[in-house]
Structures are given as structure tokens and as C-alpha cells.
Design a protein around this ligand. Sequence first.
Ligand code: SAH
Ligand code: SF4
Length: 359
Amino acid sequence: MRTDFVRALERAANLEELSRDELAVLISADEEESAALFDCADMMRSRFMGDEVHLRGIIEFSNICSSNCYYCGLRKGNTALKRYRMSKAEILESARKAAVLGCRTIVLQSGEDRSYPAGLLAEIVAEIKSELDVAITLSVGERPREDYALWREAGADRYLLKHETCDGKLFSELRPGTVLEERLQRLAWLRELGYQVGSGNMVGLPGQTVETLAGDIVLMREMEVEMAGIGPFVPNRQTPLGSCPGGTLELTLKTLAAARLALPRTHLPATTATATIDALGRVKALRCGANVIMPNMTPLKYRASYSIYPGKTGLEDTPEESYAKAVRMVESAGRKVGTGYGHSLRHLEKKAEAQAQAV
Ligand code: SAH
Ligand code: SF4
């Protein structure tokens, strides 16, 4: 093993803050080094996050999108896609089903549908929160600050807005008309509004290097994100990046493991995109630092139309089957299903502090 690799890994295990260069050394691990990196990440996950894996049920409630990201099949330029928006009643029904199955978090995700009324989403959030004992994560893209404030008041707990890549030039090339600074500004607003904030990046984007991936992790450490979604870029033929090579499982797992070392207390999902490039991808991710799985609770009739990337796993699974599969993955990794909401550790500490002050 390279001496700088061994040194970086030792420093990480001692909880010292790794530089971007050191993270790049970890991410460029060869096969033998990878085994050591994965073991260290698994140990760190066990030490800080325990053995529980949180199952967050995701409802993909609309595939309508006003944006034109080069990587994504929901981009407005993809005219081949049949568009849908679930009704409020359908969303509530899916949320009930997810809660009955055992999900303690409901993730409401959609394309960046700018004409979706903010008030309607606020009503949906408020009704789910009053009826069901669940936390709510929203993931509906870039919206005005007032909308984020409205949804927070309605009871949303968390917001997931991946920064996608820390390379500002690449960001603007891949997301025409948008800039990284504004994405980061939104993440700062979400934090100010009291959300638990999730970000993340894709692995294997064209033009990205190992240094970029190390920079993604440093950025998320600086932002103190509570969740980091790290998954491979999967090329979609119906997009301008259709003929680019995608991210590999190896590079995704190495980035995930390095993220666990740099962000020991952050929730890291074993992403659906990882399962798409390798049938055992999510179980492997659980062994490299991940501690969250997001079973799909979208009604079957809409699944195929939420085609961000092709070959998405579980297109034919009912919500019940998606949940049962997630449980089996957790068990096969020798772990147990989380019983709480899976809030961030920082959120729990803040709550305990407030309670102590109130006594
Ligand atoms: N519209 C919202 C949420 C839905 S997209 C948003 O953009 O934030 C959710 C995530 O899908 C994005 O953050 C992106 O990281 C991921 N994604 C998009 N296209 C992808 C692709 N081709 N391969 C892998 N992940 C992709
Ligand atoms: Fe729309 Fe999100 Fe896909 Fe971009 S990544 S095209 S904003 S759904």
C-alpha cells in the first residue's frame, strides 16, 4: 500500500481532519487499499451510527420538470416522456401505505416543477404530519426561499438538494442557466429555516476527476450536511450525456467510504442508482459506510415514468415488495432496521439541549 494512503487512513481513523489531497489519495485506492478503506469506513459507521439502517420511503409524486439538466431523463427537453403529477389523495394514500409498512420517514420527491403550487405541497405536508407518525423530507429542487419557509412551517423536517458537483464550471455546463453559488445559497437558506439538510453528488460525471470528488466531500464537510447522497452517474440515452460512460461501482464505493471517514456522523444512503449498476450494490454500500435505504413507495403505474436514468431497479416491485427487499438487504448485511425517525445526530442533540434548558 502507498505510504501516503496508509498515513491518510490512520489519520482518518484517529478522527483527524483530512485535507482534500488526502481524500483524493483515499478515493484513488487500488484493490488492496480499497479493502482497508472499506473496513475502516465500516468501523466508523458502526462506531458513530450503530447497526441501525433507516428506511425512508420515497414517493416520486411528479415527473414534470422545468429544468434541463444534461444528465437527467426528466429534463424538460425529453419530449418522449409521459408526464404525471399524483393527486393529493394519491400522495396521502401512498404515505399511509409507507407508514403502515414501517417507514418512519416519507420522502416526497419530484422534478423541479415550478408551476406546482407551493400551497398545495404545504397542505400535503401538514396532512401527512397530522395523520401519520413520520418525519418528512422534501426533494423538489430549486424554489424561492418563501416556498421553503412555507413548507417548513407546514411541518417538513428535512430537505434534500444535492449540489451534484463542486466544480462550478462543470455545474453550469451540466445544469444550463444555473450556478453552483445559488444552489449553495439555497442550502444555506434551508439550514437557516431549521431544516435538516441533505446534499450529495454524482460519481463519474464527464469531466470530473478524483480531486473533484474529494472536493465534493470537503464541501459537504464545510456545509455540515446531515445527509449526503452519493451515487453513480448512470447515462440516459434520452439526454445529451447518453453516450458518456457512467460511474463505476468501485469509484462510487470508494467515494462513499471516504465520505464516511470525513463525515462520521452524517447519514449516508445506499442509493438506488448504486443498485442500478450492480444487483448487490446497496448491500455493498451498507458495508462501506452507508446507513440508509430508500424503498420506493411510488404507485406502480407511475414508476416507469420517473425515469431519471435507465434500468432503475425495482420498477416492478409494489411498495410492499420494495420495503421487504430493503429489509432483506439490511439483514443480509448483518444489520437491523432502524426503529426511530432517523433524525440527524445534531438535531437530536439540539432537542435534548432544549429539553434540558426547559427543565
Ligand atoms: N428535481 C430535484 C429532485 C429530483 S432529481 C433535483 O434536481 O434536486 C434527484 C437526483 O437524481 C438529482 O439530485 C441527481 O443527483 C440524480 N440524477 C439525475 N440524473 C441522474 C443520472 N443520470 N444518474 C444518476 N443520478 C441522477
Ligand atoms: Fe429536473 Fe432534478 Fe432531473 Fe434536473 S435533476 S432535470 S431538476 S428532475
